[in-house]
Write a protein that binds this ligand. Structure first.
Ligand code: C5P
Length: 413
């Protein structure tokens, strides 16, 4: 049967992306009925929305004609999914507070269907404690939130978390929820009920607006671990640096560029039951990154870059006291010599519970390749696994985590 959604478009500059979103959903045979908030109408018009959705556009709670034809209760119940995009700080506050004073909030209060919310706003508004409190409340109410992405904002010179995810990501999340797959439904498997946080990929540390320092990490191993944890039933947050591989299915992906952004996204994603730090975080960033492109001038000396140390995300989280430290913290150690010896040292210095160590010397072909030979280093010894694919390494690591969790549960009884 044809699936249909109600799309509530809030008042934000990102509302323009919803026009394309409507087209892409229609291409996939998904019916879209749009509710425009009053603020939303300032950014996109009922005319353009109606022309693309080929359905009446709903704006007013007290529009008698519309109510006679299809009331707000029917509107909210006839859909398979309600999507709010972009969700403004005000809409989130209304939802968290249970308000129902316009059509959008009334539809949200009246629905018995799953709700997907994609917030987008200025980074300071997103990070404001009130917004964060409202988001946590909505998550506790069973609403799925797609975190805003980090990047440039429409306001000049503003960067940070607040961008609406791009249309293909919104489409993927909507299709996933319509299919009733992990993100929307109760999960099953040995890690069901657990939140697993994974970092993956390299970081890009800017030299100037067009150049950066990076490394050869592809993100394949970290992404495979995230996919395996989701398959085992965990709710997975994957914080990823810039990679060219696709998002794993059923995983919440937060994209970042720099180590500083990675730390911020990881901190925001806590608490977690398991933290797996597979990202190849740059150890240094450029202290004097240029705000404009550095120009080459004839006869002038080459610029010198001065580097400062980046935060060590694994160490920061693993050494954390109290509830913010996941009960199981796993680091990765890419080495080119003395692999297990260096890994054992790293286990101590970083305060991790396990280290997955691998040989990344050029002859190993691990960087960017599909296979890996790893050693699992724990306080009570080292376990060396044979050469296997990165997907198999991920599955085996997740199986070990599941064993550990089961033992801990038994011990707690
Ligand atoms: O110190 P080294 O980079 O070899 O340690 C590797 C481990 O530490 C990996 O788990 C990596 O994700 C993590 N790490 C980090 N933040 C850094 C550097 C490394 O989380 N700044």
């Amino acid at each position: 049967m044809k699936k249909r959604i109600v799309l509530i478009i809030g008042g934000g500059i990102a509302a323009y992306k919803c026009l394309d979103l409507i087209r892409r959903l229609k291409e996939r045979g998904i019916g879209v009925r749009v509710v425009l908030t009053r603020a939303g109408e300032q950014f996109v018009t009922p005319l353009s929305v109606g022309a693309l959705s080929n359905e009446p556009v709903f704006t007013n709670l007290f529009d008698l004609d519309a109510e006679r034809e299809i009331g707000h209760i029917r509107l909210s119940r006839e859909a398979d999914l309600i999507v709010v995009a972009p969700a403004t700080a005000d809409l989130l506050a209304k939802m968290a507070g249970g308000h129902a004073d316009d059509l959008a909030s009334t539809v949200l209060m009246a629905t018995d269907k799953p709700v997907l919310v994609a917030p987008a706003m200025n980074p300071r508004m997103w990070m404001h404690p009130a917004t964060q409190r409202n988001v946590r409340q909505l998550e506790a109410d069973g609403i799925r939130i797609i975190e805003p992405r980090v990047g440039e904002m429409a306001e000049r010179g503003e960067t940070g978390p607040g961008r609406l995810p791009e249309v293909p990501e919104l489409v993927a999340a909507i299709e996933e929820m319509l299919a009733g797959s992990p993100a929307g439904a109760a999960r099953e498997g040995p890690l069901a009920g657990l939140h697993v946080l994974v970092t993956s990929g390299p970081t890009h540390e800017p030299i100037d607006p067009v150049r950066y320092i990076a490394n050869r990490s592809s993100g394949k191993q970290g992404h495979a671990v995230a996919a395996a944890a989701a398959k085992a039933g965990a709710r997975v947050t994957l914080v990823s640096g810039p990679v060219t591989i696709p998002d794993p299915a059923g995983v919440d992906v937060v994209r970042v560029q720099t180590a500083a952004e990675l730390l911020e996204a990881v901190t925001r994603a806590l608490p977690a039951d398991v933290g797996i730090f597979a990202a190849a975080v740059a150890d240094w960033r450029v202290a004097n990154a240029g705000e404009q492109k550095i120009k080459k001038t004839a006869g002038a000396r080459a610029p010198s870059l001065s580097l400062v140390e980046n935060p060590d995300i694994l160490k920061t989280i693993a050494s954390g006291k109290g509830p913010s430290r996941p009960p199981l913290v796993i680091g990765f150690a890419a080495e080119t010599e003395n692999v297990t010896e260096y890994a054992a040292r790293k286990l101590k210095s970083k305060g991790a519970d396990w280290i997955v160590a691998n040989d990344v010397s050029p002859a190993s072909g691990v960087m960017g390749g599909d296979a890996n030979t790893v050693h699992l280093v724990a306080r009570d010894g080292v376990e060396s696994w044979p050469l296997m694919s990165k997907a198999e390494v991920a599955a085996r690591l997740v199986a070990r985590i599941a064993e550990h969790v089961a033992q801990r549960r038994e011990a707690a009884q």
